[in-house]
Ligand binder design. Structure first.
Ligand code: NAP
Length: 327
């Protein structure tokens, strides 16, 4: 059971990826004494990538887990209270709101910055998890560069798969899209772009049985099963991108915050405000377009500023600072 320092917080942050930790750095530096709950994947999606070469400030690149450790250390330096726990429920009808953790602990918060991210949907194969970061990836923008001159496979038939396939032709010698049906789900324009690209081939009606390879030598093939013919074969490739959708981590807010049809939290015109005053959404939990560490970090900063402005508008900050001064 986490030992909370307070019964009521001004700022609670849910999630510890770039969005949550950047919100924490800003809120802690603003003396808002935030508390952060790291969630089921401390450090977020960057902890499952290897080199990060596109995060500004690191000319030689940095390993994803190391970047997250830096952000965490930076937030702790400003006094962040962080706990390894999940937020299981938020009662938005009380003011302050009531938060319940996974172990049943309850506390109050005046604002909540939701940075719970989105998880890439996976096929669910053991070999897929084992080789994640060793030839299997869920992010073409992050990892495409490592597959220069290689033959790679994209799994999926939606817009993400078409976008990633098209993007990856910049690096790969050949890109093969493997889709479980004979028809793509992607929008026509994305399909047309992919069909017109001479470097992209398609394999239809095919499911992935196994990713073949090792952590030492990377991926060397996919064992595939054609659902029409019943045939199973090994398809050689050196990289696999799983692009079968993302799942925003918004279960806790079902029926409480407005989301789009895919479950992403809707924020108000260029801000991080959600449909519940005092709740702000940042990072991939509200972003299905950019999904980058740097954009997540940027929106985390926005969330902390929006939360601070909300507390000012509610005249909480003066109270808070008065309490701190002991008057
Ligand atoms: P999506 O539209 O849900 O497509 C997922 C694809 O993965 C589908 O083709 C699906 O097959 C396949 N799939 C799902 N589970 C699978 C499994 N277990 N095994 C094999 N294949 C599986 O997801 P998305 O492509 O990430 O797109 C999500 C949303 O973001 C969409 O609204 C999309 O339009 C939007 N988006 C837009 C852009 C853009 O406009 N630039 C780019 C990316 C995403 P079935 O077709 O058989 O179901």
């Amino acid at each position: 059971m986490p030992e909370l320092k307070k019964e009521t917080y001004d700022v609670t942050i849910m999630g510890s990826g770039p969005a949550g930790l950047t919100a924490a750095i800003y809120a802690a530096r603003a003396n808002l004494e935030p508390v952060l709950f790291e969630g089921p994947q401390p450090g977020g999606q960057l902890t499952i990538t290897t080199d990060v070469e596109n995060y500004p400030g690191f000319p030689d690149g940095i390993m994803g887990p190391e970047l997250m450790e830096h952000m965490r250390t930076q937030a702790l330096r400003f006094g962040l209270e962080a706990h390894i726990a999940y937020i299981a429920d938020v009662d938005t009808t009380t003011k302050p709101m009531t938060v319940t953790l996974d172990d049943g602990t309850k506390f109050q918060t005046r604002t909540l910055i939701v940075a719970s991210g989105a998880s890439a949907r996976l096929l669910g194969l053991e070999s897929e998890s084992h080789l994640m970061g060793y030839g299997v990836s869920t992010c073409a923008t992050c990892d495409g560069y490592f597959f220069r001159g290689k033959e790679i496979v994209i799994i999926g038939g939606g817009d993400s798969a078409m976008e990633e396939a098209t993007f990856l032709t910049k690096f790969a010698s050949k890109v093969t899209v493997i889709h479980r049906r004979a028809e793509l789900r992607a929008s026509k324009i994305m399909q047309d772009r992919a069909f017109a690209n001479p470097k992209i081939e398609f394999i239809w009606n095919t499911e992935i049985v196994e990713v073949l390879g090792s952590r030492e030598e990377g991926v060397n093939a996919l064992r595939i099963h054609n659902t029409e013919t019943g045939e199973t074969s090994d398809y050689p490739c050196q990289g696999v991108f799983v692009a079968i959708g993302h799942i925003p981590n918004t279960k806790v807010f079902t029926g409480k915050l407005k989301t789009n049809d895919d479950g992403y939290i809707i924020t108000e015109g260029g801000s991080t405000r959600t449909t519940v005053p005092g709740i702000f959404a940042v990072g991939d939990v509200q972003d299905f377009t950019y999904r980058q560490a740097i954009t997540a970090a940027g929106s985390g900063c926005m969330g902390a500023i929006d939360a601070e402005r909300y507390l000012e508008s509610e005249h909480v900050i003066e109270e808070h600072r008065t309490e701190n001064w002991g008057t």
